[in-house]
Write a protein that binds this ligand. Structure first.
Ligand SMILES: [Mg+2]
Length: 403
């Protein structure tokens, strides 16, 4: 039996000092934990008590910027793309019933609430383009509330920069406006010349893309695609009207150039048939058309599962572009991003830049990384806000054309 077992333990000086340090450290830890608790409690209070107090549309012709305000003084901005301004204003006014007083940081919940609010209205361009702008604004608020770029809330960046086009080494060409295809050889030769010129422009190490704009009937498209194989085209975009899976399948069987589409497909539900039928090589979701940042990331994940890269479409201003950049900054399967600079006559100030090779820096937050000059916006909106014309493409003979 150990005779020492009932004695109080004897500690060496070193142990005593260590023990005292441990007590002191424990006190410090308790202090730190208490402070952290206070911070967490503060964040929770701030994040859980924030409420939407208004949504204001600023129509600018074929796009509308929207401002969502909150009771915490934090404002979020979004961009609604391509819709007639009268329609956007009416839709927003009606949909605000679903947003009034809600917590803007519940982005996914509010996306679902808007999308599924009426069983007969689910989906479609008018609803989803509008939700896309709202989704951007909600992410903007959430990023600003937490003081970080939105991509930090989406899992963090998977890349340091984002490749964009057009650039000095990457260009896209197209058939031009609709014209009737006779099937004559000259029609195909004219299209081939466009590709040839584009290749000459970027050089042998550059990137050439061709946007069919759904304007080429399949027989001509197949002839054309065969004729341009030697020009090493990265993709043929929108070879057929979106959603016509059987046509895509037929084209995929007969064309050796990669096929891209997706700028007019809304959300995961319109994208998945292309993937399941293995009839596209590259997906091109648009942050402003397909459901905002929330859906763009989901589409990227679906595509990732099928090993299909994303080349997001964009005709958005700096604001919508910032939203799309925040989304693609976090995905693993980005190929290239479309980008045409548009500050809306000095209204928008982006917190990112694009270098001479077409690489964009990640947007600096907090929020989306794009500031809005509201005074200039009000003036511009008063000037051009309600001007809108439906494109209504026709062929020369008066027939309706796809575009
Ligand atoms: Mg296109």
């Amino acid at each position: 039996m150990n005779t020492n077992e009932n004695r109080p333990p004897v500690m060496s000086r070193r142990e005593l000092v260590a023990s005292a340090g441990a007590f002191a450290a424990a006190g410090m830890i308790a202090d730190v934990v208490a402070k952290a608790d206070a911070v967490v409690a503060g964040v929770e209070d701030r994040a859980t008590s924030i409420k939407i107090t208004s949504v204001t549309p600023f129509p600018l012709g074929s796009k509308t910027l929207i401002k969502i305000q909150t009771n915490h003084g934090i404002t979020g901005w979004g961009e609604i793309s391509q819709l007639p301004p009268k329609t956007v204003i009416a839709l927003l006014e009606s949909m605000y019933e679903l947003l009034d007083g809600e917590n803007p940081t519940r982005v996914e919940y509010l996306w679902q609430k808007l999308y599924r609010a009426h069983r007969d209205f689910r989906g479609g361009a008018f609803m989803v383009h509008t939700i896309s702008g709202i989704d951007m604004a909600l992410w903007d608020i959430t990023g600003k509330l937490h003081g970080v770029p939105v991509y930090r809330l989406l899992g963090g960046p998977t890349r340091d920069k984002i490749r964009t086009y057009p650039s000095a080494k990457a260009v896209k060409t197209a058939p031009g406006m609709p014209f009737p295809y006779s099937g004559d050889a000259i029609d195909v030769q004219e299209l081939v010349k466009r590709v040839k010129d584009a290749r000459k422009q970027v050089g042998p190490d550059g990137t050439v893309m061709f946007d069919c704009h759904c304007q080429l009937p399949p027989p001509i498209l197949i002839q054309f695609a065969n004729a341009i194989e030697s020009y090493d085209v990265l993709w043929l975009e929108e070879p057929a009207v979106p959603g016509n899976i059987e046509v895509f399948k037929r084209l995929k069987q007969q064309i050796r150039i990669p096929i891209a589409t997706g700028e007019r497909d809304r959300g995961i539900w319109e994208v998945i048939p292309y993937l399941q039928n293995n009839c596209v090589d590259i997906l091109q979701p648009d942050c402003g058309h397909g459901g905002g940042i929330s859906q763009l990331r989901k589409v990227a994940t679906l595509a990732e599962a099928y090993n299909v890269p994303l080349a997001p479409h964009s005709i958005l201003s700096f604001l919508g572009q910032s939203a799309s950049f925040n989304a693609v900054a976090t995905i693993p399967n980005l190929l290239i991003h479309e980008f045409y600079p548009s500050d809306l006559q000095g209204v928008l100030h982006r917190k990112w830049d694009v270098d001479k090779d077409g690489y964009a820096t990640l947007p600096e937050g907090p929020g989306l990384g794009c500031d809005v000059d509201e005074d200039k916006l009000v003036k511009l909106s008063a000037e051009i806000g309600m001007k809108y014309k439906w494109p209504g493409a026709h062929y020369k003979d008066g027939a309706i054309a796809d575009y």
